[in-house]
Ligand binder design. Structure first.
Ligand SMILES: [Mg+2]
Length: 194
């Protein structure tokens, strides 16, 4: 099976670390409480910050988040198992869209962690549905609900990895919400491969 895998919030625990930093930034530094809706994926719509406050947050925490976020629990174990079982693994990520330097940083993190197991990499991708279609991906794993909706609506099996107080969405023939890498492994082996 050809499996497409997102990076942030799927392989790296960046989304959670970014959420934690955003909370601390608002409470400790801004000394405010401007939460709009905690289920919003993007901090820009989660808080009511000024442009300057947003800019300062990104400047202070974005680099740190990319460099220091842990791997998602179970991601390395399960992806290595899937690779050994013969699946083709393709990274499809938006990372590298704004800043190209994050591509090299990520490659180094993979190298340091003995995790250079991917067959192909698509960096800086905004339209993931297009890449999934062209690459003939059998299953895409992403944590961003809008990507999941779009990819599954194109008739591609999609796992919505939900690891935050994000919005819920009903499962469909092509869309499945799961909560950790153990569930992903079970789903692939007991539901998709018969
Ligand atoms: Mg993501």
């Amino acid at each position: 099976m050809k499996i497409g895998v997102d990076l942030d919030g799927v392989i790296f625990d960046t989304e959670k670390l970014y959420r934690i930093y955003a909370e601390l930034y608002e409470v400790v530094e801004l000394k405010k409480n401007t939460i709009i809706d905690n289920r919003n994926d993007r901090f820009q719509t989660r808080y009511n910050w000024s442009d300057e406050e947003t800019k300062q947050f990104v400047k202070k925490y974005h680099d740190d988040t990319i460099k220091n976020a842990n791997f998602m629990t179970g991601a390395k174990t399960v992806l290595k198992m899937l690779k050994e079982e013969g699946h083709e693994l393709v990274i499809i990520t938006q990372r590298g869209y704004d800043e190209k330097k994050y591509i090299q940083i990520t490659k180094e993190i993979f190298k340091e962690n003995d995790f250079e197991i991917f067959d192909k990499y698509y960096w800086g991708i905004v339209d993931k549905e297009k890449v999934c279609t062209e690459e003939k991906i059998d299953l895409m794993i992403d944590d961003y609900i809008e990507n999941c909706k779009k990819i599954s609506n194109a008739g591609i099996k999609t796992i919505y990895l939900k690891d935050a107080p994000s919005y819920e969405i009903d499962d469909t023939k092509y869309l499945k919400t799961l909560y950790n890498w153990g569930e992903i492994y079970r789903y692939i082996n007991q539901e998709l491969i018969k």
